[in-house]
Design a binder for this molecule. Structure first.
Ligand code: FAD
Length: 470
């Protein structure tokens, strides 16, 4: 069966776009190097019709498909398992910008279009595509939509779902759903677009999308503020929201140990507030720099009068603003250099965060003395990256093996007790399948399985990811 399938695949895509030999690590190993798989082959179609033909071939031969964009996902959903039976379908050759409509404020791009390329395209039209992630130089619009990515601008512009107006999707049977649309209003039945967004490749292959664009803000400024405690950070957020309203485009949190990892592994980056217990990063957009500066100074002055912060710096140029952002965006690679850790991408009502942190940080130290939490995230929308690094001197692998299940239970119980979620923006992938099966309500799971069975009856699209079928 394998040989006949590969022969048909080569006939469909050409020999050079069916990879079976050589170093395939870029496709088979995830960004964190936690998941290492082995694909039957890597297929690299160049257009929607080729994707549809490959999917039909897989349906005929019963070959499971793992779609992949930029392979920057953090939950192991985009790499094959170790069976050698799964076809890795890379969208990386489908990166065309099909159209930009400046009056409708939309861009239609192929799924493999790298996020940064769409940002650049928007800028070339003096417009903004506001999705912003640390991985934007490699991740793709298809991957962003399949995982409903969040990032640093959700506070103002929403996540990938809210930025998408229409999709083109290859279904599990190899048909093409032409759902590309630039409409902001269309109440014609079930929202199929929203079904595919966040489905992590388990319901269909996204081949193109129409995304929203926005007017570019004339000016934006960034501030870093040192706060003595988490209540101070929340107080600062409250003031920033009140004074800046929609002008507040980002509000990030960085705890001292996370900032320390950046200092240790990326010493070339200047640290303007070294040793701060908690650092908040605020981004403000406004109609001109003068106004932005005045508003930001007003926020910082009010917070300082209330004792919520001890020190702050404000960017004086675009280069300085990007240096401040770099501190925040370097945390994932700094912690990767420190070794594998236990990742928690949690979401909580913002008001519940101080109580959660106080209780859980204390319990964790009782459970594993010397544990090193790496805390940072998108505080403005209640999303924390609450990662746990092994105590100094303990091997990361041994730490994960011994403690991961126990610490996950401790953290997720506390999150759910406060009305939170155990996956705010990274998705479920392979990492959290058991968690979803155990923690989602039976009613929700039954509906999700019914949708999966209806759209992918052979269960060939990214099997084993997101949803356990029993
Ligand atoms: P991949 O990793 O290739 O795939 C992700 C999932 O989508 C897989 O399940 C895959 O099967 C599926 N998929 C991919 N393409 C398609 C398609 N065309 N059709 C159907 N299914 C598909 N995420 C955030 O949300 N916010 C952040 O701030 C953030 N910061 C990050 C910073 C760094 C340094 C890194 C490495 C990652 C970060 N991520 C973040 C995670 C990751 O970048 C996002 O999840 C991103 O959206 C994944 O895009 P990708 O193209 O790399 O997808």
């Amino acid at each position: 069966m394998g040989a006949a399938f590969l022969q048909a695949l080569r006939a469909c895509l050409g020999d050079s776009n069916v990879l079976v030999d050589g170093d395939l690590d870029a496709y088979q190993v995830d960004w964190r190097k936690r998941y290492r798989g082995r694909a039957l082959a890597v297929a690299r179609p160049s257009c929607t019709d080729e994707v549809a033909a490959v999917v039909r071939l897989c349906a005929t031969h019963g070959v499971p498909i793992v779609p992949q964009g930029g392979n920057t996902g953090l939950v192991g959903g985009g790499v094959p398992d170790a069976s050698g039976d799964q076809l890795l379908l890379s969208l990386s050759r489908m990166r065309r910008v099909r159209a930009v409509d400046p009056d409708n404020l939309t861009a239609t791009v192929e799924a493999g279009c790298v996020l940064q390329a769409l940002q650049d395209e928007a800028e070339a039209h003096d417009l903004l595509f506001p999705l912003r992630l640390g991985s934007e130089g490699s991740c793709t619009i298809g991957g962003n939509l399949a995982s409903n990515a969040g990032g640093t601008q959700v506070l103002r512009y929403g996540n990938a779902r809210e930025l998408c107006l229409g999709l083109e999707v290859v279904t599990a049977s190899g048909e093409v759903w032409h759902g590309l649309s630039g409409l902001r209003k269309d109440n014609t039945g079930y929202d199929l677009r929203d079904l595919f967004i966040g489905s992590e490749g388990t319901l269909g292959i996204i081949t193109a999308a129409t995304m929203k664009l926005f007017p570019r803000p004339a000016a934006s400024l960034v501030a870093l503020a040192a706060c003595p405690d988490i209540d101070g950070v929340l107080g600062l957020l409250r003031i920033a929201r009140k004074r800046l309203d929609a002008g507040l485009t980002g509000f990030e949190l960085i705890e001292r140990f996370a900032m320390g990892l950046v200092a240790r592994h990326l010493p070339q980056l200047r640290q303007p507030l070294p040793g701060a217990p908690w650092t908040a990063l605020l981004e403000l957009s406004a109609e001109c720099e003068g106004v932005a500066g005045q508003r930001l100074e007003g926020v910082l002055a009010e917070a300082s009068e209330q004792g919520l912060l001890s020190d702050a710096v404000v960017s004086a140029s675009a280069a300085q603003a990007s240096e401040l952002w770099q501190l925040r965006e370097s945390i994932p690679s700094a912690q990767a250099s420190e070794g594998l850790n236990i990742k928690h991408d949690i979401g909580l009502p913002v008001s519940a965060i101080p109580g959660f942190l106080r209780e859980v940080l204390a319990s964790l130290q009782v459970e594993v003395p010397g544990l090193r939490p790496v805390l940072f995230g998108h505080l403005g929308d209640g999303n924390l990256h609450f990662n746990l690094q092994a105590p100094e001197g303990m091997a990361p692998d041994a730490f994960l093996h011994q403690y991961e299940a126990r610490l996950n239970a401790l953290v997720y119980d506390a999150v759910l007790a406060r009305g939170g979620t155990f996956s705010a923006e990274h998705g479920i992938g392979a990492l959290k399948v058991a968690e979803l099966a155990a923690r989602k309500s039976p009613v929700a799971l039954a509906m999700m399985r019914a949708v999966k069975r209806a759209l992918d009856p052979q269960c060939l699209l990214n099997p084993g990811r997101l949803l356990a079928m029993q």
